[in-house]
Design a protein around this ligand. Structure first.
Ligand code: 13P
Ligand code: SF4
Length: 363
């Protein structure tokens, strides 16, 4: 029988640290730990590979390890399960580490939207469904089944370009901001990107709005990235006019329009890493990453600041803690798999189609 989590919750972080290190040593190459950039340092330091969603998906697809322990959120561990071999095991140390944005679109609502849109348009001929990777596996399967595709914040532009080659319109879910911030620099006007409110009949839109739209954006958002506001940029720049602004595309359109650079977590890291010494950065993304960047580059005179005056972390990413890590790893040493993420085979098959289309068009 597997050991219960309860006794582990009483351990302090140092105890967990030594137990994690010992378990990793015993498991050797049978284990790979993947860590998203938003993970807290006590967890992040144990990752064999770190990255944004795209990079970690590729790592999961190419890993040879028996066990893939994903320090991230639920949809990431699902992607690891879908892209890895059937005999590999994907594990999420805390099952409650979800993504509140991903939860804003569910299959029932998306199927209803597709049905309602089909009363206005021939959906299969005119709309490519595109799901942000921050979504449940059954939504990726929906895209696989309907000729659609998955995107991440790194490849969203390539994915939209591919999508418009297939069909004239895109239904983009769940993050309206990533959709809008990607569509606008492609020359799509704001009034050609309408928001589908899933609580209203026909998404709260008129038939004319739907017919005119190039992108139908789902009414979803990331609560962490909604903390960032354009006036925070203005106020900061008044004190430090030389500051460069860099934002994740889950931030609002207004924040992104005031930013010098927009991109994924990996892009943000690389841009600051490759910047000139003695530069100042105001960053719109999750706090753990921004703090780590500041610590990493302060010796080069780079000042990296968090955009919002309020402390704001991704609370679900934060659920992965050293206690849960020690728990899942010691169970693996004892031959027990706890917290396996296993996507049903039929869902995984269709979802993989949409993920593979994404990997094919990604730079
Ligand atoms: P990245 O793919 O840029 O790491 O983004 C994932 C995410 O959830 C950002 O909120
Ligand atoms: Fe989801 Fe936002 Fe957390 Fe990213 S930061 S995992 S989008 S809730």
């Amino acid at each position: 029988m597997s050991a219960a989590i309860q006794p582990y919750t009483l351990l302090d972080d140092e105890d967990c640290e030594s137990r994690i290190l010992a378990a990793r040593k015993t498991l050797g190459e049978r284990l790979v730990i993947l860590g998203h950039h938003y993970q807290r340092d006590e967890v992040f330091r144990h990752a064999d590979f770190t990255g944004d969603s795209l990079k970690l998906s590729r790592q999961a697809a190419s890993s040879k390890a028996d066990y893939i322990v994903f320090c991230g959120v639920h949809f990431m561990a699902e992607v690891a399960d879908i892209l890895s071999r059937p005999d590999q095991v994907s594990i999420l140390p805390d099952m409650s580490a979800g993504c509140s944005m991903a939860d804003m679109a569910d299959l029932q609502n998306v199927e209803r939207a597709w049905q309602e849109l089909s009363e206005v348009l021939d959906t299969e001929q005119t709309i490519t469904p595109v799901t942000y990777i921050n979504s449940a596996a059954d939504l990726k399967a929906f895209c696989g089944k309907h000729g659609g595709i998955v995107c991440t914040s790194t490849n969203a532009r390539h994915v939209l370009e591919w999508s418009f080659k297939q069909r004239e319109k895109v239904l983009f879910f769940p993050d309206q901001h990533l959709g809008r911030n990607t569509g606008y620099p492609m020359g799509i006007a704001l009034d050609e990107m309408v928001v589908w409110d899933y609580d209203q009949p026909l998404g709260g839109l008129s038939v004319a709005q739907i017919q005119k739209a190039k992108i139908i954006l789902w009414k979803g958002f990331c609560s962490v990235h909604q903390m960032f506001q354009p006036d925070q940029i203005d106020n900061f720049k008044q004190k430090h006019p030389e500051t460069k602004i860099i934002s994740h595309p889950e931030s609002s359109f207004e924040v992104c329009q005031k930013s010098d650079y927009i991109g994924s977590t990996e892009y943000i890291i690389n841009t600051i890493a490759n910047a000139e010494k003695n530069t100042r950065w105001l960053v719109a993304t999750e706090l753990n990453l921004v703090n780590r960047l500041h610590e990493q580059f302060k010796h080069e005179g780079k000042n990296v600041h968090f955009m919002s005056p309020n402390v704001c972390m991704c609370s679900t990413m934060f659920r992965i803690d050293p206690q849960h890590m020690a728990w899942v790893l010691e169970n693996l040493v004892d031959g027990h798999v706890v917290n396996q993420i296993s996507v049903p085979v039929d869902v995984a098959f269709q979802a993989k189609l949409a993920l593979e289309r994404m990997l094919d068009v990604s730079p």
